[in-house]
Design a protein around this ligand. Structure first.
Ligand SMILES: Cc1cc2nc3c(=O)[nH]c(=O)nc-3n(C[C@H](O)[C@H](O)[C@H](O)COP(=O)(O)OP(=O)(O)OC[C@H]3O[C@@H](n4cnc5c(N)ncnc54)[C@H](O)[C@@H]3O)c2cc1C
Ligand code: FES
Ligand code: FES
Length: 498
């Protein structure tokens, strides 16, 4: 059938690659190292944590070819169709001078055993190209997903700071060749559905969302693969078969970010990185929270749709979005239905999604004027760790009385869940220490958390209570401070009126 292409095509460093012998579960790292013998890219953890396997993937977008650092260990090979894959071997040719980043790493003694170094070079490479005015916090955020057991990080941070002394990104070969590579990728992309396989291990890349919905109807139990930051681990850690797998991260229609009058609608395939700027602008209370989801590489691949769809009780975005009253739209064939996000989670491992149905978009209403919002993540490590408890709050206080409250938690139940008893204990009451003290006692009616290796049940319950207290102290104090600033002016206007 000529509406189906039976090979995936991409550019690897400077070479075109066309292969049809690709299984759904083939990882990009295995392809690079085992088939192409490009062994500069290392394998440490094989689960997206250590960053030793970091490479760049350039993908076509409305604003041109965008290069991002990703974890090759959990990136599945079929997903790089019509992309530019750049490994550390491409950073400086043999015999040529070192790349500015490599030179800076040498100058600052930022490598010891060297196992992490190629991954760190690639992460810094992406930062250098995409954000030439990097500040200290950008460097920290860039390196969140790169573990080094030897250097103690200071030399690496020094190297990152000094890299701009060694050269300009504009002169970099990747920049200079960006248009030419883009044209090669455009030529590869014939807009057809792709179907490749190795034996019975089948990967399908739909041509469009309509095509996706047709394929899902034909294969209702297929595994959907977006960023593969969860699915990749099913392959590398649990050796699970994911065939047939339907890859969706390339579908432009799932990548839209629509900022409308009543809120923001995100395509289910939008990654954390792609909506980072929007989050900072429209939901500033989530900016710090966003930075603590995975590391940079995971945020470059992982999607909000995937975070919701997998139904994990410890996913970070569901509590934050439930508190903001988000809704989701699911599609099956031509039919769509929209439901409150909280209703999607039925029980542990059970979501309101029927075979053949997929998540198409997420709508986050614009916060109401005067709403006080916060989201807190409590985990063992600050960076790149899964939440032990995640709590999100959205309150409206009018004339000192709580007019509405939405509170949602992750890590406290078998699903992300609202604390409705706590909410009821707050609404209609004064926004006061006394109200909060009483509401804290209601958590045990909403949640009976379990003990596991992340946290004990007692710890989780205590944290939930303390997060409500923290929310109160942060926001009530801010309100008092605002009141104190306002008072003299109010007093003056009262005086002038009398
Ligand atoms: C190192 C590391 C750190 C992490 N840190 C965090 C963290 O701090 N916080 C956190 O919450 N998560 C974290 N995760 C988990 C993961 O990154 C997120 O859950 C991510 O959002 C998953 O998105 P994805 O696109 O990669 O999903 P995938 O892995 O592609 O898919 C996940 C699930 O969703 C399904 N799916 C995907 N898209 C759709 C769709 N449109 N419709 C229906 N089903 C769909 C898939 O079939 C699968 O069941 C981490 C993962 C790693 C590897
Ligand atoms: S090998 Fe550790 S993140 Fe890939
Ligand atoms: S230099 Fe040894 S792990 Fe980083």
């Amino acid at each position: 059938m000529d509406h189906i292409r039976t090979e995936i095509r991409f550019v690897l460093n400077d070479r075109d690659v066309r292969i049809s012998d690709v299984g759904a579960s083939d990882t990009l790292l295995d392809f690079i190292r085992l088939q192409k013998k490009l062994t500069g890219t290392k394998e440490g953890c094989a689960e997206g944590d250590c960053g030793a396997c970091t490479i760049l993937v350039g993908r076509r977008s409305a604003i041109g070819l965008q290069y991002e650092a990703v974890n090759a260990c959990i990136r599945l090979l079929a997903s790089v169709d019509c992309c530019h894959v750049v490994t550390v071997e491409h950073v400086a040719k043999p015999g040529a001078p070192l790349h500015p980043i490599q030179q800076s790493m040498v100058d600052h003694h930022a490598s010891q055993c060297g196992f992490c170094t190629p991954g760190i070079v690639m992460s810094l490479y992406a930062m250098w190209m995409n954000n030439p005015s990097s500040r200290d916090e950008d460097i920290e955020s860039t390196l969140q997903g790169n573990l080094c057991r030897c250097t103690g990080y200071q030399p690496i941070i020094d190297a990152a700071k000094a890299v701009f002394d060694h050269g300009e990104p504009a002169q970099d070969p990747l920049e200079v060749e960006r248009n030419a590579i883009s044209a090669r990728l455009d030529e590869m992309n014939d807009g057809r559905r792709v179907r490749v396989s190795r034996g019975s291990d089948i990967a399908i890349l739909p041509a469009s969302v309509d095509d996706l919905s047709e394929i899902m109807t034909e294969n209702p139990d297929a595994t959907l693969v977006a960023g593969s930051t969860d699915v990749g681990l099913w392959v590398t850690k649990f050796m699970r078969s994911i065939s047939p797998a339907i890859f969706i991260a390339h579908l432009d229609e799932l990548l839209s970010i629509d900022d409308g009058p009543d809120g923001v609608t995100l395509g289910a395939g939008v990654t954390y990185s792609q909506c980072e700027a929007m989050v900072r602008k429209k939901f500033p209370h989530l900016a710090g929270f966003w930075d603590r989801i995975g590391g940079r590489q995971v945020r470059n691949m992982g999607t909000i749709g995937g975070n919701i769809a997998n139904g994990s009780p410890i996913g970070d975005t569901p509590p934050a979005l439930i508190a903001l009253d988000a809704t989701i739209t699911l599609r099956k064939g031509p039919e769509r239905r929209t439901l409150p996000l909280e209703d999607y989670f039925i029980a542990y491992g059970k979501q309101d999604r029927s075979p053949g149905e997929f998540l198409e978009s997420i709508h986050i209403p614009r916060p109401k004027p005067g709403a006080q919002n916060a989201a807190y993540k409590i985990s063992k490590r600050r960076d790149e760790d899964i939440s032990s408890v995640c709590g999100a709050f959205s309150l409206i206080v009018e004339d000192g009385m709580i007019a509405s409250a939405r509170i949602a938690f992750g890590g406290m139940a078998a699903t992300p869940k609202r604390a409705t008893t706590v909410e009821n204990a707050l609404v209609g009451k004064p926004w006061s220490e006394q109200t909060v003290r009483h509401a804290e006692t209601c958590f045990e009616q909403d949640f009976q958390p379990i003990s596991d290796w992340r946290a004990s049940a007692e710890y989780r319950s205590l944290v939930a209570r303390k997060l409500l207290r923290r929310f109160y102290l942060e926001h009530a104090e801010a309100a008092e401070a605002a009141e104190a600033v306002r008072l003299p002016r109010d007093a003056m206007s009262t005086a002038s009126m009398s």
